[in-house]
Every structure is written in structure tokens, then in C-alpha cells.
Design a protein around this ligand. Structure first.
Ligand SMILES: [Fe+2]
Length: 131
């Protein structure tokens, strides 16, 4: 049996263009929210064409000590240059970056995954501390 967890790839986002880079604030905003920024291709740009692009980013939060994650966001990137004239003719492209706010009083782990239409699923995680 093939499990979803076996399909995810991981690496250092600084050397592998598919890995989502995750930025977390050091502490919550005054309203108790945390802004999570997830970017694919920050150090090494990923192609963004009709034939090769990042289709979506998903963001999850797993509170420390808990078993089940909470999905915080799913961001689709549907514009990849296609138009009625064909591939890469519109000049309009979605960029694979997601800004997500969560409100929590619990520390935990932010997990992000990105899907490339050619190179599959990639993941990364970062620890959210409560200061
Ligand atoms: Fe790719």
C-alpha cells in the first residue's frame, strides 16, 4: 500500500526550489494572531509557466502534544499564463506565496506543503512558540 506520507519530499528550501519556506513571527500580535508566510521558490525561483508551476500550498497547525492537525489554509494558484490563445500567452501568473493568520494560545508546529504539477508534493515545518 502506498501512503500519502510516502509521497512527500523534503529538503532545505535554500537549495531546493520546491520546498515551501515558512516565516513565523517570534511572538503573537496584540490581537493574539500569528501571521504565517509560506513561499515556494524564495531562494531559487521555481518555474511559473503553463507547463510547469506550483498549483497550491496548504498550511496546517499541529498544537504541541496533540494528535490531529488543523488545516489553516489552502491557497490555489490557478493563473499560469494560459489563455484562449494557448499556453503562456496571457502574461498573467499567480505567484506561489500564501499569507495566513491563525489565532492560538497554544505552541505547536506549522506544516506547509506545496504541489508542483510535475514534481509532486513537497513539505516543510516550523515550530511556533508562544512567548
Ligand atoms: Fe517543479
Amino acid at each position: 500500500m502506498t501512503l500519502m506520507k510516502d509521497l512527500f519530499q523534503n529538503a532545505d528550501w535554500k537549495t531546493e526550489k520546491h520546498v515551501p519556506a515558512i516565516d513565523l513571527p517570534l511572538q503573537a500580535s496584540k490581537d493574539g494572531t500569528f501571521e504565517i508566510i509560506v513561499t515556494v521558490g524564495r531562494q531559487i525561483p521555481h518555474p511559473n509557466t503553463s507547463a510547469h508551476h506550483i498549483a497550491y500550498i496548504e498550511v496546517y497547525f499541529l498544537p504541541q502534544g496533540e494528535k490531529f492537525p488543523y488545516q489553516a489554509a489552502r491557497c490555489e494558484f490557478p493563473a499560469h499564463g494560459a489563455s484562449t490563445q494557448g499556453a503562456d500567452t496571457s502574461g498573467v501568473y499567480s505567484l506561489p506565496e500564501a499569507r495566513v493568520k491563525i489565532k492560538t494560545e497554544k505552541p505547536g508546529t506549522v506544516v506547509a506543503c506545496a504541489y508542483c504539477n510535475i514534481h509532486g508534493l513537497w513539505e516543510n515545518s516550523a515550530v511556533l512558540t508562544i512567548g
